[in-house]
Design a protein around this ligand. Structure first.
Ligand code: NAP
Length: 282
């Protein structure tokens, strides 16, 4: 009997990461479920116990913006499991704003967690993934392909991740490592509440952007109310990318996400994306 493979997943305290940890464990993998605050592990532990996979889910601390926690975690994984077969870069955080309303610090913060966090974790994991001929799977977003209004820092960071992964993929393939980006649209997670936006204050401070921002909030609420996937639905393609013979480079998690990404990839003059994004502001 071959021993189970081991996957490290970032950001498993809630949402897609938590669901991905359960999905990988149900598929028979050893799951190193990492989070920046292991005090938040109760939901994952309870769900893993309920699904009978708690024996395959191990919680460890990893904050993607603290490089020493990445190397310490990977050292433990390799010492305990002898190998690492896959990395799922899932941790991320949203933000809302436009360049006149948010500071450089907000852009830097978005890049730190969503981009540099992915670079640092991938960089540290690559030697182990080369040794196992493993996989890097990174949760980006439709907002990593098509710009979303009032998401400038977040989309800039997710575009950067897509560029990083698209460039890495052919190089990693030469040493036996498969690279995949998973692109969700709206998913019903803690993502929006985690941004901690005070909408009243945001609108009060938005000056000439206030009408467009108000409409954006209304439209995006409508999208999340009517078209959001569950975390389990969004995580299913992650499990598929872990377990299938040859994962595709780019995977969308829903028909709606496929429509958005497909429209962008065919939009040579940018007019389709501008029309769709503008529609969220009118
Ligand atoms: P979520 O429920 O808010 O989960 C985000 C996870 O990332 C949480 O576990 C959070 O931990 C973790 N995290 C944040 N900063 C971190 C850091 N510095 N180090 C380690 N972990 C950190 O939201 P989600 O929707 O599941 O998001 C997962 C991924 O999906 C993100 O990359 C997001 O950009 C992407 N995505 C989400 C949507 C959506 O509509 N929900 C759409 C497209 C893409 P804490 O609990 O400690 O904050």
């Amino acid at each position: 009997m071959t021993s189970p493979k081991t996957v490290l997943i970032t950001g498993t305290s809630s949402g897609i990461g938590l669901a991905a940890a359960l999905g990988a464990a149900r598929a028979g993998w050893n799951v190193v479920a990492t989070m920046r605050d292991t005090g938040k592990a109760d939901a994952l532990r309870a769900a893993a116990a309920e699904q009978g996979v708690d024996g395959r889910v191990q919680v460890k601390r990893l904050d993607v913006v603290e490089p020493e926690t990445i190397t310490a975690c990977l050292d433990e994984v390799v010492a305990e499991h002898g190998r690492l077969d896959a990395l799922v870069n899932n941790a991320g955080a949203g933000s809302v704003g436009t360049v006149e309303l948010v500071g450089l610090d907000d852009f830097r913060a978005a890049m730190e967690v969503n981009f540099f966090g992915v670079v640092a974790t991938t960089r540290a994991a690559m030697p182990h993934l080369r040794a196992s001929r493993g996989r890097v799977i990174t949760v980006t977003s439709v907002g990593g392909v098509a710009g979303q209004p009032f998401n400038e820092p977040y989309c800039a960071a997710k575009f950067a991740v897509e560029g990083f992964m698209e460039s890495l993929a052919p190089v990693a393939a030469t040493v036996g490592v498969d690279v995949t980006v998973v692109e969700p649209g709206a998913v019903a997670t803690e993502f929006v509440t985690s941004m901690g936006i005070d909408r009243g204050a945001a609108l009060a401070g938005a000056g000439p952007y206030a009408p467009a921002l108000r409409t954006y909030f209304e439209r995006i609420d409508g999208v999340f109310a009517t078209a959001a996937q569950s975390p389990a639905e969004a995580a299913a393609p992650i499990t598929e990318a872990l377990t299938c013979d040859r994962p595709a480079f780019r995977v969308q998690t829903s028909a709606r996400a496929r429509d958005i990404v497909g429209a962008k990839l065919a939009d040579l003059d940018g007019s389709a994306v501008q029309a769709a994004a503008g529609g969220l502001l009118r």
